[in-house]
Design a protein around this ligand. Structure first.
Ligand code: CU1
Ligand code: CU1
Length: 311
């Protein structure tokens, strides 16, 4: 049975379950330690939730082969959308398991709806209230991820290397950029007919690069990271649970594009092997799956999940 992903702003049940699931996975330690992962500082257990953050950081630092230019194993190239789709599905399965709720589905944050509001209203929506995911601060001062209820255990040092830590979550809403992307920005992206184009990087035309947000940096997805600020800025951005609400919305936009364009993807397997792992049948980089998963495997997901509403 496919689960249904809903809007976090209008589905309090999905929000409540998401918060419960995140907190449960943050408190679950299944034996992996920072030493096992080659992370500096005092050895400590790594929670199931934090393993996803480590995976994301490792993917961003993975630049093989060296001919990739600005691409890494999850960003700045075609695999950006399928890789994050895989990450979301795995987190969704973990929350279903830890809560014992098979119908749990990740909620999405329709940030373009907020981006259509005035700048002052954007930081004042229900999402940033106690009944949402709390507001900003260093550490975040209120809500379910404030204070000792939520600890950041792994972050990166000034050189970008992972390290063990123990501190509160940091957010700086609208600190570095005043406004979120708008529904007009989304509509422009959805009108693009190419999924991606050579050179398959931050300079490419097409839907992927526009949604990722490199043209006119920061646009769309990148702009959301910058606007939230704090822990959403570095490669350990999944430390902030809003990461998944952002990416669930990014995935929703991709789903709308896929349904309009016959579930297609480029580049195909005839393109240079230098493009690995960005081609349609390349195994995506993962430390959390034992079986290889390719972009082709995640182009049709309707038997796993659907969205209540597509843009
Ligand atoms: Cu990412
Ligand atoms: Cu992201």
């Amino acid at each position: 049975m496919a689960v249904i992903r809903t809007n976090v702003a209008t589905s309090q049940l999905a929000r409540d379950r998401y918060v419960d699931g995140v907190l449960a996975l943050k408190a679950e330690f299944l034996g992996t330690t920072t030493a096992d992962l080659g992370i500096g500082g005092p050895a400590q257990q790594v929670s199931t939730y934090d393993l996803f953050t480590v995976w994301h950081h490792l993917a961003m630092g993975r630049l093989t082969p060296p001919t990739q230019g600005d691409r890494n194993a999850a960003h700045s190239g075609p695999v950006f959308l399928p890789w994050h789709r895989l990450m979301l599905v795995l987190l969704e399965l973990q929350i279903q398991r830890v809560l014992g709720i098979d119908e749990f589905a990740l909620p999405y944050w329709d940030w373009a709806a907020d981006g259509d509001l005035s700048a002052a209203q954007q930081t004042n929506t229900s999402l940033w209230k106690d009944t949402g995911i709390g507001g900003d601060g260093s550490p975040v001062a209120d809500g379910p991820f404030s204070g000792n209820a939520y600890r950041v255990r792994i972050d990166s040092d000034s050189t970008g290397r992972l390290r063990a830590t123990d501190r509160g979550l940091r957010r700086d809403l609208a600190g570095d950029i005043a406004t979120l992307p708008t529904s007009a920005d989304v509509a422009t992206a959805l009108r693009l007919t190419d999924y991606d184009t050579p050179d398959w990087d931050r300079t490419s035309g097409g839907f992927r690069n526009t949604v990722e947000g490199w043209p006119g940096m920061p646009g769309l997805h990148n702009r959301v990271h910058v606007w939230v600020g704090g822990d959403m800025a570095p490669a350990t951005s999944p430390n902030d649970p809003v990461f998944y609400l952002n990416h669930c919305n990014v995935d929703r936009l991709w789903e709308a594009w896929l349904q309009d364009h016959g579930h297609t993807y480029v580049p195909d397997q005839n393109e240079s092997a230098d493009l690995q792992p960005h081609r349609i049948n390349d195994a995506m980089y993962s430390v959390l799956t034992s079986q290889p998963v390719t972009p082709a495997d995640v182009l049709n997901v309707s038997t796993f999940y659907t969205y209540d509403k597509l843009p």
